[in-house]
Design a protein around this ligand. Sequence first.
Ligand code: TEU
Length: 538
Amino acid sequence: MQKTWWKEAVVYQVYWRSFYDTDGDGYGDLEGVIRKLDYIKELGADVIWLNPIYGSPDVDNGYDISDYRTVMAKAGTMETFERLLDEVHARGMKLIMDLVVNHTSDRHPWFTEARSSTDNPKRDYYIWRREANNWRSYFTPSAWEYDEQTGEYYFHSFATEQPDLNWENPRVREEIYEMMRFWLDKGIDGFRMDVINLLAKQAGFPDAEHPENISYLGNNPGIHEYLQEMHERVLKHYDVFTVGEIPFVTPEDGLLYVGEERGELNTLFHFEVCDYMAHWEMDKFKAIQKRWYDGMWGRGWNSQFLNNHDHTRLVTRFGNDKEYRVQSAKCFAVLLHTLPGMPYVYQGEEIGMTGVRFDSIEDYNDIALKNKYKEEVEKGRDPQEVFRSLLHLARDNSRTPVQWDGSANGGFTEGTPWIKVNPNFREINVEQALDDPDSVFYTYQKLIRLRKENPVMIYGTYEPLLEEDDRIYAFLRELDGEKWLILLNISDQSTVCTLPGSIASAEKELILANYKVNGPDGSSCEMKPYEARVYRIK
Ligand code: TEU
Protein backbone atom coordinates (compact mmCIF):
# COMPACT_ATOMS: atom_id res chain seq x y z
CA MET A 1 0.00 0.00 0.00
CA GLN A 2 1.38 3.40 -1.01
CA LYS A 3 2.12 5.67 1.98
CA THR A 4 1.51 9.35 1.19
CA TRP A 5 1.38 12.64 3.09
CA TRP A 6 -2.32 13.13 2.51
CA LYS A 7 -3.28 9.65 3.77
CA GLU A 8 -1.66 10.64 7.09
CA ALA A 9 -3.36 14.02 7.27
CA VAL A 10 -6.27 15.30 9.32
CA VAL A 11 -8.28 17.92 7.45
CA TYR A 12 -9.92 20.93 9.11
CA GLN A 13 -12.79 22.44 7.12
CA VAL A 14 -13.02 26.25 7.25
CA TYR A 15 -16.42 27.64 6.22
CA TRP A 16 -14.76 31.03 6.21
CA ARG A 17 -17.93 33.17 6.18
CA SER A 18 -18.71 31.80 9.67
CA PHE A 19 -15.16 31.47 10.93
CA TYR A 20 -13.85 34.88 12.10
CA ASP A 21 -14.74 38.43 10.98
CA THR A 22 -11.96 41.05 11.08
CA ASP A 23 -13.57 43.95 9.21
CA GLY A 24 -16.90 44.11 11.03
CA ASP A 25 -19.11 43.42 7.99
CA GLY A 26 -20.70 40.46 9.78
CA TYR A 27 -19.04 37.90 7.50
CA GLY A 28 -15.95 35.91 8.36
CA ASP A 29 -13.03 36.61 6.03
CA LEU A 30 -9.63 35.32 4.90
CA GLU A 31 -7.82 37.74 7.22
CA GLY A 32 -9.77 36.08 10.01
CA VAL A 33 -8.54 32.66 8.90
CA ILE A 34 -4.96 33.98 8.98
CA ARG A 35 -5.42 35.26 12.52
CA LYS A 36 -6.74 31.88 13.70
CA LEU A 37 -4.20 29.65 11.94
CA ASP A 38 -2.28 29.11 15.18
CA TYR A 39 -5.47 27.80 16.77
CA ILE A 40 -5.88 25.25 13.96
CA LYS A 41 -2.19 24.41 14.26
CA GLU A 42 -2.56 23.89 18.01
CA LEU A 43 -5.41 21.45 17.35
CA GLY A 44 -2.94 19.54 15.15
CA ALA A 45 -4.75 19.50 11.79
CA ASP A 46 -2.44 19.33 8.76
CA VAL A 47 -4.68 20.42 5.90
CA ILE A 48 -7.25 23.21 5.65
CA TRP A 49 -10.18 22.80 3.26
CA LEU A 50 -11.44 26.28 2.37
CA ASN A 51 -15.04 26.53 1.13
CA PRO A 52 -15.46 28.58 -2.09
CA ILE A 53 -13.98 32.11 -1.99
CA TYR A 54 -14.49 32.97 -5.70
CA GLY A 55 -16.53 35.81 -7.21
CA SER A 56 -20.17 34.93 -6.62
CA PRO A 57 -23.60 36.56 -6.14
CA ASP A 58 -23.79 34.22 -3.12
CA VAL A 59 -27.16 32.66 -3.90
CA ASP A 60 -25.78 29.36 -2.61
CA ASN A 61 -23.08 30.79 -0.32
CA GLY A 62 -20.33 30.73 -2.92
CA TYR A 63 -21.33 27.52 -4.73
CA ASP A 64 -22.67 29.71 -7.56
CA ILE A 65 -19.52 31.11 -9.11
CA SER A 66 -19.57 34.12 -11.44
CA ASP A 67 -15.77 34.59 -11.62
CA TYR A 68 -13.39 31.69 -10.96
CA ARG A 69 -10.29 33.88 -10.84
CA THR A 70 -11.20 36.48 -8.26
CA VAL A 71 -11.83 36.43 -4.53
CA MET A 72 -15.29 37.66 -3.53
CA ALA A 73 -15.13 40.97 -1.66
CA LYS A 74 -16.78 39.51 1.48
CA ALA A 75 -13.84 37.13 1.81
CA GLY A 76 -11.09 39.64 1.01
CA THR A 77 -8.66 40.15 -1.87
CA MET A 78 -6.36 37.96 -3.91
CA GLU A 79 -3.49 39.47 -1.93
CA THR A 80 -5.12 38.31 1.31
CA PHE A 81 -5.57 34.85 -0.15
CA GLU A 82 -1.92 34.66 -1.21
CA ARG A 83 -0.86 35.77 2.28
CA LEU A 84 -3.12 33.11 3.80
CA LEU A 85 -1.52 30.44 1.60
CA ASP A 86 1.97 31.61 2.60
CA GLU A 87 1.04 31.62 6.31
CA VAL A 88 -0.46 28.11 6.01
CA HIS A 89 2.71 26.80 4.36
CA ALA A 90 4.93 28.66 6.85
CA ARG A 91 3.28 26.53 9.58
CA GLY A 92 3.97 23.32 7.69
CA MET A 93 0.29 22.96 6.85
CA LYS A 94 -1.45 22.64 3.47
CA LEU A 95 -4.50 24.21 1.92
CA ILE A 96 -7.04 22.72 -0.49
CA MET A 97 -9.67 24.74 -2.32
CA ASP A 98 -13.25 23.90 -3.26
CA LEU A 99 -13.57 23.13 -6.99
CA VAL A 100 -17.15 23.81 -8.15
CA VAL A 101 -17.28 22.95 -11.85
CA ASN A 102 -20.52 21.06 -12.30
CA HIS A 103 -22.28 24.41 -12.59
CA THR A 104 -21.65 28.15 -12.48
CA SER A 105 -23.75 31.09 -11.35
CA ASP A 106 -26.35 32.34 -13.84
CA ARG A 107 -24.43 35.62 -13.57
CA HIS A 108 -21.21 34.09 -14.92
CA PRO A 109 -20.31 35.87 -18.22
CA TRP A 110 -20.30 32.47 -19.93
CA PHE A 111 -23.98 32.07 -19.08
CA THR A 112 -25.04 35.63 -19.81
CA GLU A 113 -23.49 35.20 -23.25
CA ALA A 114 -24.89 31.68 -23.73
CA ARG A 115 -28.45 32.76 -22.93
CA SER A 116 -28.29 35.85 -25.20
CA SER A 117 -29.05 33.87 -28.36
CA THR A 118 -29.30 30.30 -29.63
CA ASP A 119 -26.35 30.84 -31.94
CA ASN A 120 -24.05 32.51 -29.42
CA PRO A 121 -20.59 30.84 -29.49
CA LYS A 122 -20.94 30.01 -25.79
CA ARG A 123 -24.49 28.59 -26.11
CA ASP A 124 -23.26 25.02 -25.69
CA TYR A 125 -21.19 25.82 -22.64
CA TYR A 126 -24.49 24.91 -20.97
CA ILE A 127 -27.29 22.37 -21.56
CA TRP A 128 -30.34 23.60 -23.50
CA ARG A 129 -33.40 21.69 -24.70
CA ARG A 130 -36.76 22.54 -26.26
CA GLU A 131 -38.60 20.36 -23.76
CA ALA A 132 -38.04 19.63 -20.08
CA ASN A 133 -38.09 16.03 -18.84
CA ASN A 134 -39.52 14.99 -15.46
CA TRP A 135 -36.33 15.26 -13.42
CA ARG A 136 -36.22 17.35 -10.29
CA SER A 137 -33.10 19.06 -8.97
CA TYR A 138 -31.64 19.06 -5.46
CA PHE A 139 -33.22 22.44 -4.78
CA THR A 140 -36.25 22.75 -7.11
CA PRO A 141 -39.22 20.63 -8.34
CA SER A 142 -37.83 20.71 -11.90
CA ALA A 143 -34.22 20.55 -13.06
CA TRP A 144 -35.17 22.71 -16.07
CA GLU A 145 -35.75 26.47 -16.22
CA TYR A 146 -37.54 28.04 -19.20
CA ASP A 147 -35.60 30.93 -20.72
CA GLU A 148 -38.04 33.40 -22.33
CA GLN A 149 -35.33 35.12 -24.34
CA THR A 150 -34.52 32.07 -26.51
CA GLY A 151 -37.56 29.87 -25.89
CA GLU A 152 -35.56 26.93 -24.56
CA TYR A 153 -34.98 25.28 -21.18
CA TYR A 154 -31.63 25.11 -19.44
CA PHE A 155 -30.57 22.32 -17.06
CA HIS A 156 -29.63 22.89 -13.40
CA SER A 157 -28.87 20.18 -10.84
CA PHE A 158 -29.30 22.65 -8.02
CA ALA A 159 -30.92 26.11 -7.97
CA THR A 160 -32.17 27.89 -11.09
CA GLU A 161 -29.33 30.33 -10.41
CA GLN A 162 -26.83 27.46 -10.88
CA PRO A 163 -26.92 26.32 -14.54
CA ASP A 164 -24.98 23.11 -15.19
CA LEU A 165 -21.93 23.31 -17.44
CA ASN A 166 -21.93 21.11 -20.53
CA TRP A 167 -18.92 18.85 -19.97
CA GLU A 168 -19.45 17.21 -23.34
CA ASN A 169 -18.05 20.43 -24.79
CA PRO A 170 -14.22 20.19 -24.97
CA ARG A 171 -13.97 24.00 -24.81
CA VAL A 172 -15.68 23.93 -21.41
CA ARG A 173 -13.24 21.32 -20.18
CA GLU A 174 -10.27 23.36 -21.42
CA GLU A 175 -11.60 26.49 -19.64
CA ILE A 176 -11.84 24.50 -16.40
CA TYR A 177 -8.39 22.95 -16.75
CA GLU A 178 -6.85 26.40 -17.32
CA MET A 179 -8.64 27.73 -14.25
CA MET A 180 -7.39 24.81 -12.15
CA ARG A 181 -3.81 25.51 -13.25
CA PHE A 182 -4.31 29.20 -12.31
CA TRP A 183 -4.90 28.16 -8.68
CA LEU A 184 -2.45 25.25 -8.61
CA ASP A 185 0.32 27.49 -9.93
CA LYS A 186 -0.26 29.70 -6.88
CA GLY A 187 0.81 26.72 -4.80
CA ILE A 188 -2.44 25.32 -3.40
CA ASP A 189 -2.22 21.70 -2.32
CA GLY A 190 -5.32 20.23 -3.92
CA PHE A 191 -9.07 20.38 -4.36
CA ARG A 192 -12.23 19.22 -2.67
CA MET A 193 -14.36 18.60 -5.77
CA ASP A 194 -18.01 19.61 -5.44
CA VAL A 195 -20.48 16.92 -6.65
CA ILE A 196 -17.84 15.93 -9.15
CA ASN A 197 -19.67 12.73 -10.19
CA LEU A 198 -22.53 14.80 -11.65
CA LEU A 199 -20.44 16.15 -14.56
CA ALA A 200 -21.69 13.49 -16.99
CA LYS A 201 -25.45 13.50 -17.70
CA GLN A 202 -27.66 10.62 -18.82
CA ALA A 203 -27.65 10.61 -22.63
CA GLY A 204 -30.88 12.00 -24.05
CA PHE A 205 -32.25 12.97 -20.62
CA PRO A 206 -34.88 10.22 -20.54
CA ASP A 207 -37.80 10.66 -18.15
CA ALA A 208 -37.20 8.93 -14.82
CA GLU A 209 -39.55 6.25 -13.50
CA HIS A 210 -39.16 7.74 -10.01
CA PRO A 211 -38.17 11.39 -10.51
CA GLU A 212 -38.08 12.03 -6.76
CA ASN A 213 -35.03 9.74 -6.53
CA ILE A 214 -32.47 12.08 -8.03
CA SER A 215 -29.64 9.55 -8.25
CA TYR A 216 -30.04 9.83 -12.05
CA LEU A 217 -28.00 13.03 -11.68
CA GLY A 218 -24.79 11.19 -10.87
CA ASN A 219 -22.40 8.41 -11.86
CA ASN A 220 -23.40 8.49 -15.52
CA PRO A 221 -21.41 7.06 -18.46
CA GLY A 222 -18.57 9.38 -19.37
CA ILE A 223 -17.73 10.56 -15.87
CA HIS A 224 -14.57 8.47 -15.54
CA GLU A 225 -13.30 9.64 -18.91
CA TYR A 226 -13.72 13.26 -17.79
CA LEU A 227 -11.89 12.65 -14.51
CA GLN A 228 -9.09 10.72 -16.21
CA GLU A 229 -8.67 13.54 -18.71
CA MET A 230 -8.62 16.08 -15.84
CA HIS A 231 -5.95 14.01 -14.11
CA GLU A 232 -3.92 13.62 -17.30
CA ARG A 233 -4.17 17.26 -18.37
CA VAL A 234 -3.81 18.90 -14.94
CA LEU A 235 -3.62 17.00 -11.66
CA LYS A 236 -0.80 14.55 -12.34
CA HIS A 237 1.53 17.47 -13.00
CA TYR A 238 1.30 18.70 -9.38
CA ASP A 239 1.96 17.14 -5.96
CA VAL A 240 -1.60 17.64 -4.79
CA PHE A 241 -4.45 15.61 -3.40
CA THR A 242 -8.07 15.53 -4.44
CA VAL A 243 -11.18 14.51 -2.56
CA GLY A 244 -14.37 14.08 -4.54
CA GLU A 245 -17.80 14.75 -3.11
CA ILE A 246 -19.56 11.74 -4.66
CA PRO A 247 -23.27 11.45 -3.79
CA PHE A 248 -25.18 8.23 -4.65
CA VAL A 249 -22.01 6.14 -5.02
CA THR A 250 -21.84 2.54 -3.74
CA PRO A 251 -18.70 1.21 -2.01
CA GLU A 252 -18.10 -1.05 -5.00
CA ASP A 253 -18.28 1.84 -7.47
CA GLY A 254 -16.30 4.10 -5.15
CA LEU A 255 -13.10 2.38 -6.19
CA LEU A 256 -13.75 3.43 -9.80
CA TYR A 257 -13.16 7.01 -8.64
CA VAL A 258 -10.27 6.55 -6.21
CA GLY A 259 -8.46 3.35 -7.18
CA GLU A 260 -4.74 4.13 -7.06
CA GLU A 261 -4.24 2.86 -10.60
CA ARG A 262 -7.29 4.71 -11.94
CA GLY A 263 -5.70 8.13 -12.40
CA GLU A 264 -8.85 9.96 -11.26
CA LEU A 265 -9.21 11.12 -7.60
CA ASN A 266 -7.34 10.28 -4.43
CA THR A 267 -10.22 9.89 -2.04
CA LEU A 268 -13.91 10.67 -1.71
CA PHE A 269 -16.76 11.59 0.62
CA HIS A 270 -19.81 9.35 0.55
CA PHE A 271 -22.93 10.26 2.51
CA GLU A 272 -24.25 6.93 3.77
CA VAL A 273 -21.95 7.19 6.79
CA CYS A 274 -23.85 10.23 7.97
CA ASP A 275 -27.24 9.13 6.79
CA TYR A 276 -27.21 5.70 8.44
CA MET A 277 -25.83 7.08 11.69
CA ALA A 278 -28.50 9.76 11.60
CA HIS A 279 -31.28 7.25 11.29
CA TRP A 280 -29.80 5.33 14.17
CA GLU A 281 -29.29 2.42 11.86
CA MET A 282 -26.21 1.20 13.65
CA ASP A 283 -26.28 -2.11 11.83
CA LYS A 284 -26.31 -0.33 8.47
CA PHE A 285 -23.63 2.09 9.67
CA LYS A 286 -21.39 -0.78 10.66
CA ALA A 287 -22.17 -2.66 7.46
CA ILE A 288 -21.44 0.31 5.21
CA GLN A 289 -18.16 0.95 7.00
CA LYS A 290 -17.16 -2.68 6.40
CA ARG A 291 -18.26 -2.51 2.75
CA TRP A 292 -16.23 0.67 2.23
CA TYR A 293 -13.25 -0.90 3.95
CA ASP A 294 -13.48 -4.14 1.96
CA GLY A 295 -14.03 -2.17 -1.22
CA MET A 296 -11.18 0.23 -0.72
CA TRP A 297 -8.49 -1.26 1.43
CA GLY A 298 -5.12 -1.46 -0.24
CA ARG A 299 -6.50 -0.13 -3.53
CA GLY A 300 -7.99 3.30 -2.80
CA TRP A 301 -8.50 5.61 0.19
CA ASN A 302 -11.57 6.57 2.13
CA SER A 303 -12.53 9.71 4.00
CA GLN A 304 -14.44 9.92 7.25
CA PHE A 305 -16.62 12.85 8.22
CA LEU A 306 -19.60 13.19 10.54
CA ASN A 307 -20.58 16.74 9.71
CA ASN A 308 -19.76 19.58 7.36
CA HIS A 309 -21.37 22.81 6.07
CA ASP A 310 -24.20 20.76 4.50
CA HIS A 311 -24.88 18.40 7.40
CA THR A 312 -26.05 19.47 10.81
CA ARG A 313 -23.69 19.24 13.71
CA LEU A 314 -22.80 15.72 14.78
CA VAL A 315 -23.41 16.15 18.51
CA THR A 316 -26.99 17.25 17.74
CA ARG A 317 -27.65 14.84 14.88
CA PHE A 318 -26.01 11.69 16.21
CA GLY A 319 -25.07 12.40 19.82
CA ASN A 320 -26.89 14.06 22.65
CA ASP A 321 -26.40 17.82 22.81
CA LYS A 322 -28.10 18.12 26.16
CA GLU A 323 -26.96 16.03 29.12
CA TYR A 324 -24.26 14.16 27.19
CA ARG A 325 -22.95 16.88 24.87
CA VAL A 326 -19.29 16.65 25.91
CA GLN A 327 -19.21 12.88 26.24
CA SER A 328 -21.03 12.20 22.98
CA ALA A 329 -18.85 14.73 21.15
CA LYS A 330 -15.75 12.93 22.47
CA CYS A 331 -17.20 9.52 21.62
CA PHE A 332 -17.77 10.50 18.00
CA ALA A 333 -14.35 12.16 17.87
CA VAL A 334 -12.81 8.79 18.76
CA LEU A 335 -14.92 7.10 16.09
CA LEU A 336 -13.91 9.67 13.46
CA HIS A 337 -10.18 9.32 14.16
CA THR A 338 -9.97 5.54 14.60
CA LEU A 339 -12.01 4.41 11.57
CA PRO A 340 -9.98 3.67 8.41
CA GLY A 341 -9.71 6.79 6.23
CA MET A 342 -8.87 10.48 6.43
CA PRO A 343 -10.70 12.34 9.22
CA TYR A 344 -12.33 15.68 8.35
CA VAL A 345 -13.03 18.01 11.28
CA TYR A 346 -15.61 20.71 10.57
CA GLN A 347 -14.96 24.06 12.28
CA GLY A 348 -16.49 24.14 15.78
CA GLU A 349 -16.87 20.36 15.93
CA GLU A 350 -13.69 20.28 18.03
CA ILE A 351 -15.38 22.23 20.83
CA GLY A 352 -18.69 20.36 20.61
CA MET A 353 -20.70 23.14 19.00
CA THR A 354 -24.35 22.20 18.56
CA GLY A 355 -26.99 22.68 15.88
CA VAL A 356 -29.51 25.49 16.25
CA ARG A 357 -33.28 25.74 16.15
CA PHE A 358 -34.19 29.29 15.13
CA ASP A 359 -37.80 30.43 15.57
CA SER A 360 -38.66 31.53 12.07
CA ILE A 361 -37.87 30.76 8.44
CA GLU A 362 -36.64 34.35 8.21
CA ASP A 363 -33.76 33.43 10.54
CA TYR A 364 -32.51 30.90 7.98
CA ASN A 365 -30.32 31.67 4.98
CA ASP A 366 -29.94 28.40 3.11
CA ILE A 367 -31.44 28.36 -0.38
CA ALA A 368 -32.03 24.60 -0.10
CA LEU A 369 -34.21 25.08 2.96
CA LYS A 370 -36.01 28.16 1.63
CA ASN A 371 -36.77 26.51 -1.72
CA LYS A 372 -38.02 23.34 -0.03
CA TYR A 373 -40.17 25.38 2.35
CA LYS A 374 -41.69 27.29 -0.60
CA GLU A 375 -42.23 24.06 -2.56
CA GLU A 376 -44.05 22.36 0.31
CA VAL A 377 -46.12 25.38 1.36
CA GLU A 378 -47.21 25.82 -2.28
CA LYS A 379 -48.60 22.28 -2.06
CA GLY A 380 -50.98 23.65 0.58
CA ARG A 381 -49.21 22.26 3.64
CA ASP A 382 -49.33 24.25 6.90
CA PRO A 383 -46.30 26.61 6.89
CA GLN A 384 -45.45 26.03 10.58
CA GLU A 385 -45.63 22.25 10.14
CA VAL A 386 -43.42 22.48 7.04
CA PHE A 387 -40.95 24.69 8.89
CA ARG A 388 -40.72 22.29 11.81
CA SER A 389 -40.37 19.26 9.51
CA LEU A 390 -37.38 20.78 7.71
CA LEU A 391 -35.43 22.08 10.68
CA HIS A 392 -33.47 18.98 11.65
CA LEU A 393 -31.70 18.88 8.30
CA ALA A 394 -31.40 22.61 7.68
CA ARG A 395 -27.86 23.25 6.51
CA ASP A 396 -27.76 26.51 8.49
CA ASN A 397 -27.63 24.35 11.62
CA SER A 398 -23.92 23.87 11.01
CA ARG A 399 -23.31 27.31 9.48
CA THR A 400 -23.73 29.50 12.55
CA PRO A 401 -20.55 31.40 13.47
CA VAL A 402 -17.70 29.77 15.35
CA GLN A 403 -18.03 30.65 19.02
CA TRP A 404 -14.63 32.04 20.07
CA ASP A 405 -15.52 33.42 23.51
CA GLY A 406 -18.41 34.57 25.69
CA SER A 407 -18.42 38.17 24.44
CA ALA A 408 -21.05 39.64 22.09
CA ASN A 409 -21.67 37.41 19.06
CA GLY A 410 -19.34 34.83 20.54
CA GLY A 411 -16.38 36.98 19.56
CA PHE A 412 -17.07 36.19 15.88
CA THR A 413 -17.77 39.74 14.76
CA GLU A 414 -18.07 43.28 16.07
CA GLY A 415 -20.74 43.85 13.44
CA THR A 416 -24.10 42.18 12.87
CA PRO A 417 -23.48 38.52 12.05
CA TRP A 418 -24.82 37.39 8.64
CA ILE A 419 -26.60 34.58 10.50
CA LYS A 420 -27.48 34.48 14.19
CA VAL A 421 -24.91 33.08 16.57
CA ASN A 422 -26.05 29.98 18.46
CA PRO A 423 -27.50 31.32 21.76
CA ASN A 424 -25.34 28.86 23.73
CA PHE A 425 -22.13 30.70 22.84
CA ARG A 426 -21.52 31.82 26.43
CA GLU A 427 -21.26 28.17 27.59
CA ILE A 428 -19.70 26.68 24.46
CA ASN A 429 -16.72 28.58 23.02
CA VAL A 430 -13.05 28.20 22.16
CA GLU A 431 -11.82 30.26 25.13
CA GLN A 432 -13.69 28.00 27.56
CA ALA A 433 -12.46 24.89 25.75
CA LEU A 434 -8.81 25.94 25.87
CA ASP A 435 -9.13 26.72 29.59
CA ASP A 436 -10.66 23.29 30.37
CA PRO A 437 -8.15 20.42 30.26
CA ASP A 438 -11.08 18.01 30.00
CA SER A 439 -12.73 19.76 27.04
CA VAL A 440 -13.68 18.21 23.71
CA PHE A 441 -10.86 20.25 22.12
CA TYR A 442 -8.16 18.35 24.01
CA THR A 443 -9.72 15.00 23.05
CA TYR A 444 -9.47 16.00 19.38
CA GLN A 445 -5.93 17.26 19.94
CA LYS A 446 -4.90 14.00 21.61
CA LEU A 447 -6.52 11.86 18.89
CA ILE A 448 -4.76 13.82 16.16
CA ARG A 449 -1.46 13.46 18.02
CA LEU A 450 -2.05 9.71 18.50
CA ARG A 451 -2.49 9.36 14.74
CA LYS A 452 0.84 10.99 14.11
CA GLU A 453 2.59 8.75 16.62
CA ASN A 454 0.82 5.48 15.74
CA PRO A 455 0.63 4.39 12.08
CA VAL A 456 -1.80 1.64 13.12
CA MET A 457 -4.53 4.33 13.23
CA ILE A 458 -3.79 5.24 9.64
CA TYR A 459 -2.55 2.11 7.87
CA GLY A 460 -3.91 -0.55 10.25
CA THR A 461 -6.40 -3.14 9.07
CA TYR A 462 -10.00 -2.87 10.29
CA GLU A 463 -11.91 -5.77 11.85
CA PRO A 464 -15.38 -5.09 13.29
CA LEU A 465 -16.48 -6.94 16.44
CA LEU A 466 -19.94 -7.34 18.09
CA GLU A 467 -21.54 -6.58 14.73
CA GLU A 468 -25.03 -7.41 16.01
CA ASP A 469 -24.85 -5.00 18.92
CA ASP A 470 -26.90 -1.86 18.21
CA ARG A 471 -25.23 0.22 20.90
CA ILE A 472 -21.63 -0.94 21.15
CA TYR A 473 -19.43 -0.23 18.18
CA ALA A 474 -16.23 -2.25 18.63
CA PHE A 475 -13.44 -2.91 16.19
CA LEU A 476 -9.77 -3.79 15.91
CA ARG A 477 -7.06 -1.96 14.02
CA GLU A 478 -3.81 -3.89 13.40
CA LEU A 479 -0.49 -3.09 11.75
CA ASP A 480 2.86 -4.90 12.00
CA GLY A 481 1.93 -6.61 15.24
CA GLU A 482 0.48 -3.47 16.85
CA LYS A 483 -3.18 -4.21 17.67
CA TRP A 484 -5.67 -1.67 19.01
CA LEU A 485 -9.18 -2.28 20.33
CA ILE A 486 -11.73 0.53 20.05
CA LEU A 487 -14.89 0.28 22.15
CA LEU A 488 -17.67 2.85 21.78
CA ASN A 489 -21.05 2.94 23.48
CA ILE A 490 -22.96 4.97 20.89
CA SER A 491 -26.04 5.40 23.04
CA ASP A 492 -27.33 7.40 26.00
CA GLN A 493 -27.80 4.24 28.04
CA SER A 494 -25.27 2.37 30.16
CA THR A 495 -24.54 -0.84 28.29
CA VAL A 496 -22.64 -4.03 29.04
CA CYS A 497 -19.99 -4.76 26.46
CA THR A 498 -19.11 -8.46 26.23
CA LEU A 499 -15.90 -9.03 24.34
CA PRO A 500 -15.16 -12.14 22.27
CA GLY A 501 -12.98 -14.68 24.10
CA SER A 502 -9.63 -14.05 22.45
CA ILE A 503 -9.90 -10.31 22.99
CA ALA A 504 -11.39 -10.63 26.45
CA SER A 505 -8.49 -12.67 27.78
CA ALA A 506 -5.79 -10.55 26.15
CA GLU A 507 -3.80 -8.14 28.28
CA LYS A 508 -4.76 -4.56 27.44
CA GLU A 509 -3.24 -1.14 27.99
CA LEU A 510 -5.69 1.78 28.09
CA ILE A 511 -4.58 4.51 25.67
CA LEU A 512 -7.54 6.91 25.71
CA ALA A 513 -10.91 7.11 27.44
CA ASN A 514 -13.55 9.78 28.02
CA TYR A 515 -14.53 8.49 31.43
CA LYS A 516 -12.43 7.28 34.37
CA VAL A 517 -11.97 3.59 33.64
CA ASN A 518 -11.40 0.96 36.32
CA GLY A 519 -9.65 -1.17 33.79
CA PRO A 520 -11.15 -3.96 31.72
CA ASP A 521 -12.90 -6.58 33.77
CA GLY A 522 -12.32 -9.74 31.80
CA SER A 523 -14.81 -10.52 29.10
CA SER A 524 -17.27 -7.82 29.88
CA CYS A 525 -17.31 -4.24 31.01
CA GLU A 526 -20.06 -1.76 31.63
CA MET A 527 -19.87 1.16 29.23
CA LYS A 528 -21.43 4.42 30.38
CA PRO A 529 -23.48 6.58 27.97
CA TYR A 530 -21.26 7.56 25.02
CA GLU A 531 -18.24 5.99 26.69
CA ALA A 532 -15.25 5.55 24.42
CA ARG A 533 -12.14 3.49 25.13
CA VAL A 534 -9.06 2.84 23.06
CA TYR A 535 -6.84 -0.05 24.18
CA ARG A 536 -3.53 -1.38 22.96
CA ILE A 537 -3.73 -5.20 22.98
CA LYS A 538 -0.47 -6.42 24.47
O1 TEU B 1 -23.40 19.68 -1.98
C1 TEU B 1 -23.98 18.69 -2.82
C2 TEU B 1 -24.85 17.82 -2.01
O2 TEU B 1 -24.89 16.63 -2.16
C3 TEU B 1 -25.58 18.55 -0.96
O3 TEU B 1 -26.57 19.27 -1.73
C4 TEU B 1 -26.23 17.68 0.05
O4 TEU B 1 -26.72 16.51 -0.53
C5 TEU B 1 -27.38 18.46 0.59
O5 TEU B 1 -26.84 19.70 0.98
C6 TEU B 1 -28.03 17.72 1.72
O6 TEU B 1 -27.10 17.43 2.72
C7 TEU B 1 -22.45 20.51 -2.62
C8 TEU B 1 -22.04 21.58 -1.62
O7 TEU B 1 -21.42 20.97 -0.50
C9 TEU B 1 -23.30 22.34 -1.23
O8 TEU B 1 -23.00 23.29 -0.20
C10 TEU B 1 -23.84 23.05 -2.46
O9 TEU B 1 -25.06 23.67 -2.12
C11 TEU B 1 -24.07 22.05 -3.60
O10 TEU B 1 -23.01 21.11 -3.79
C12 TEU B 1 -24.20 22.80 -4.93
O11 TEU B 1 -22.93 23.28 -5.29
